[in-house]
Design a protein around this ligand. Structure first.
Ligand SMILES: [Zn+2]
Length: 491
């Protein structure tokens, strides 16, 4: 385990962790939001971020500070903490984003890391190459090689107690992202941003974001603190946390405010289209939408930015509470309903259920089956794996009904969608205590049938009978032919 990061609680791939930032003498609880501070314009002052919003960490751009004579002199003379007046941890970016936007920057990794150290940054970033999505594979490979060389250079720079991040690139090639993750994990660097996902998020390609993160995580391993670079919309935090991201940076709160856009956990709304605020933060309770529209530009921008931050921090807290309570995936299911592309993201997350299963607790408070996607949750995957290890008698009845009275069978097990068969002794243990709607859907039945098939597959010599509540023919086709079928509804 990396010394700077300790995991406290997990749910699915999500976790509550503690990131120790020694140079700031601060411990940041993750998942954490890093508001982005533009050193030239602070919409909300860093002091206010700490006092009013509880921000423990923020991020600012060392490249902008380096390139501006006045800012550079002040940062070198006073240090970032005094210059910004922020008591928490300060992470600095290196200019890689400027590189991706404008094609060129004029500092080397050594220079910018040393500069970040000199101005008192607590977590620094080398100059990596943020390769965009969908580029030719050879470009992605070539640029990844450059990024990896720079990470190796970064390892050799004397940075004292300052943590240094190791961005993971590789464009939209999962194998390259995984390789990049493994390489980054092998360095002695500390924090791992998954880079260049902003173009994917701008295009609502949440399914690709999930695949990219899943691949990076396979390379990085479970213990690495992961930063989803440039992800600042609260709508997608639950999904990203469930995938195993720990840090987010938000420029969105300020950028959207500048354009009169109002963030919610279900998406973004134009202020001019809002008649009622769906939020109970101070901005939204002190103002009606008309009040806000009537304010002078700078005041309106500041109020909107404050609301945007409130809703963003509230979502982070909600996610932490969900991890504690063990219902993070229920929250992801709710968020997935906000937009079809979010639903694609959630469905893609479930493609990685076996990967998530490794960190998903064996026992939690509740499993609410709230959509047909629930049938693909890690708990169902785990139960099906477990079926391979249960011992089965010579003749076994699997039934959705009551236990039989006679001795026709050696034993009788319950069958419940979406899990499938299990010994009655397990019926009080998680996740078989799940709350499932009475009006079961086909995905749950199909998963249960797959569970039966799995049991039969590893016990080919057992005589197995399935007594079901009128499962449709298409579902029964998933059950192997040598299983005897009894339709309990056919009496
Ligand atoms: Zn509000």
């Amino acid at each position: 385990m990396r010394e700077c990061f300790e995991i406290r609680d997990t749910d699915a791939g999500g976790r509550i962790g503690e990131l120790s930032v020694p140079r700031a003498d601060v411990t940041v609880e993750t998942p954490a939001l890093l508001p982005v501070i533009n050193p030239n314009l602070d919409t909300i002052s860093p002091r206010r971020l700490a006092d009013e919003f509880g921000a423990e960490i923020l991020i600012t751009n060392s490249y902008i500070i380096h390139g501006d004579d006045d800012l550079r002199e002040r940062a070198l003379a006073d240090g970032l903490h005094d210059m910004l007046d922020f008591p928490g941890a300060i992470m600095t970016d290196s200019g890689s984003f400027q590189l991706s936007e404008y094609g060129e920057i004029t500092v080397t990794t050594e220079e910018i890391l040393e500069f970040q150290h000199e101005i008192g940054s607590d977590i620094a970033t080398p100059v990596d190459i943020p390769t965009p999505p969908d580029v030719p594979r050879e470009q992605a490979e070539r640029e990844l090689e450059t990024t990896q060389e720079r990470l190796e250079i970064a390892e050799d720079v004397d940075t004292g107690e300052m943590l240094v991040s190791a961005p993971v690139q590789g464009s939209t090639y999962p194998d390259l992202r995984e390789r990049a993750g493994r390489h980054a994990e092998g360095t002695d660097l500390d924090v791992f941003p998954v880079g260049a996902v902003v173009p994917l998020m701008n295009d609502y390609r949440y399914d690709d974001v999930v695949d990219v993160v899943a691949a990076a995580k396979r390379g990085l391993g479970a213990d690495a603190p992961v930063h989803l670079f440039g992800a600042g919309h609260p709508m997608m935090f639950a999904l990203a946390v469930a995938m195993g991201c720990d840090l987010f940076d938000s420029a969105a709160y300020a950028l959207y405010a500048r354009d009169d856009r109002y963030l919610t956990v279900r998406g973004t709304q134009a202020l001019e289209e809002i008649d009622y605020f769906p939020c109970s933060c101070a901005v939204c309770t002190d103002h009606s939408p008309d009040d806000l529209r009537a304010l002078p530009d700078d005041e309106r921008e500041s109020e909107l930015a404050a609301h945007n931050l409130h809703v963003t921090f509230a979502e982070i807290r909600r996610i932490k509470q969900a991890i504690r309570a063990g219902n993070l995936l229920e929250l992801v299911e709710q968020r997935a309903r906000a937009h079809p592309t979010m639903l694609d993201g959630y469905r893609t997350l479930l493609d990685h259920a076996a990967q998530l299963e490794h960190s998903d607790p064996v026992s939690k408070g509740s499993f609410f089956y709230t959509s047909h996607e629930s049938a693909r949750r890690p708990e169902v995957v785990r139960h099906h794996d477990r079926l391979e290890r249960l011992s089965v008698p010579d003749s076994l009845l699997l039934t959705e009904g009551d236990a039989p009275r006679g001795d026709e069978y050696d034993d009788s097990w319950r069958v419940e969608p979406p899990f499938g068969p299990f010994p009655r002794a397990l019926s009080k243990s998680y996740p078989l205590t799940a709350e499932v709607p009475d009006r079961t859907d086909r995905a749950a039945l199909a998963a249960a049938a797959d569970g039966v098939a799995r049991l039969v597959d590893v016990n080919p010599d057992a005589d197995i009978t399935l007594a079901h509540d009128g499962w449709p023919a298409a579902i029964l086709e998933r059950v192997p032919d040598d299983v005897a079928l009894v339709d309990l509804t056919a009496a």
